[in-house]
Design a protein around this ligand. Sequence first.
Ligand SMILES: [Zn+2]
Length: 248
Amino acid sequence: MKNDFPQPSARRQVLKQAMAVSALTLTGIAGLSVPTVSFAASLSKEERDKMTPDDVIERFKQGNLRFRENRPVKHDYIEQKRSSASGQFPAAVILGCIDSRAPAEIILDAGIGETFNSRVAGNISNNDMLGSMEFACAVAGAKLVLVMGHTACGAVKGAIDNAELGNLTGLLDKIKPAIEKTEYSGERKGSNYDFVDAVARTNVELTVKDIRSNSPVLKDLEDKGKIKIVGSMYHLVGGKVDFFEVPK
Ligand SMILES: [Zn+2]
């Protein structure tokens, strides 16, 4: 009987073949902008498990560089969908803002099955987000918790301006501690985007600390070296994601 589902070794072979084809294409059509590699399948358990948290960060740095240089890998989403349907082995969980301009998978050039994504205005943590991240790491085996803020964040600006609207008021209150903790000598107003960005960075740092304080599950995994909990800022202008460690 023919097995319709390629085993991991066969999947790697498919990937190698796809890469070889892409390389040939590059050679054959010099001067045209074509993807350099093809990600044919989603991450396998074997591929994910052998990565360290630092490997995952490096993978994202490379993906963000490809994004900025407009040379993303040629994702085979149909194959990624097919190969991940029976099981997922994501490398990271990302806590990012809902901002339409900051889609983590695109700006990190990641595929289907590669990242868990929690999104909420101002990338703040709460018990439900913590539960999601605990599932991602302690149950599903993700190696990295990445908190991702971004420049010109409307939620951060709203917190600085004391905006009030329905349930949004309470959410913005969770960002406000970052305003006080941000050392800044210029104008501390929402109209000053340099200040907004400084507060957004502080907000990421506080979110990382909140995660450690309020999730013994994740803190324990981090203390054992099984995961890392790190911060990052996505720059809308230029497209760079800066990764940074937050001291314990
Ligand atoms: Zn935002």
